[in-house]
Design a protein around this ligand. Sequence first.
Ligand code: FE2
Length: 424
Amino acid sequence: MLDLILRHATLPDGRRGMDLGIEAGRIAALQPQLAAQAAHEIDCAGQLVTPPFVDAHFHMDSTLSDGLPRVNRSGTLLEGIALWGELKPQLTQDALVARALAYCDWAVARGLLAIRSHVDVCDDRLLAVEALLQVREQVRPYLDLQLVAFPQDGVLRRPNALRNLQRALDLGVDVVGGIPHFERTMAEGAESVKLLCELAAARGLPVDMHCDESDDPLSRHIETLAFHTQRLGLQGRVTGSHLTSMHSMDNYYVSKLLPLLAESGVAAIANPLINITLQGRHDTYPKRRGMTRVPELLAAGVPVAFGQDCVMDPWYALGSGDMLEVAHMGLHVAQMTGQEAMRHCFEAVTTTPARILGLQGYGLDVGCRADLVLLQAGDVVEALRLRATRLLVLRAGQIIANTPAQTATLHLPGRPAAVDCRKV
Ligand code: FE2
């Protein structure tokens, strides 16, 4: 006797009519027409069941602070960084925890059950670090939160930043961060990459750096990151976030860089909503999109995830924790409208970031944790097109959120009474 069976599900790989049997919080069976009995059954009616969404790049210490202490009038990256600097002295631990928990509630409602969040370590009090470590424990039953020690003002540029970063790691922060393009010089940026990779190697930790978040085609810290990844044997543990300068780089140089990245086992994270709004700000027309070269990275064998980056903070006043919105934007910006490319965009907010984060028990195989999302969509392309409603969100086989199906009622003589924009 199983605890729960989800019947007549469509899976992200296209298999239809699948039944998922769940026992003791895990997927115990996955096949069509499962003969077993269960205490509860749910008819998925051919709709898509997927493992939960994963956000590989977020800033939970600044989320939901939009308007504090003032709004970002220009909407630019540099005013956002300045504004965050103004807000930092006013932060309190209670407010940080409350905002982070509120965001995690939004995430759960959207079927987003794993987040890698950068946390700024440049404040000597490490208030945000302590707050997010507390949040990580509090949400653990329903959301996997991974923290990156992020020296927002530059690990070499900002006094105490290196010491604070090490203190944050001592306190239990999971990943080493960095921001080489924000150091004083190209040479110091390269030095910061070396230093931080060596620190991660010594501590046995992964690395995830904000890398080349710039329109400067000569910002090439990703090359240095790949070099030290290989030199120190960190393959599979290192991620370059943003990589927007790659958008503007010379094509010849990129043709050398892509195989180098694949060889070094570095993963890439693009943040389409933020890249498309913050990059290209000094351009008139034509105006660059700024997002890194996603299809080319994928073709070279580099794993690419899409991150949310910001929600209602000094850098971005929009967002809601909806990874389908993120993937939808990424798909458009990268012109990934082919059938296989659209599936890659769905993977970029599910299975690929799960691998980058090293999530244990993630997926739809028998034995995986029964963390599942039932979407109001018939397949992954429809899920992207509609940014589909998350009808059910399950964690370890328990329903932790549900949203009613989105259906409009029409009042038009001779036309159907209900419309939900799904394929008919
Ligand atoms: Fe970021």
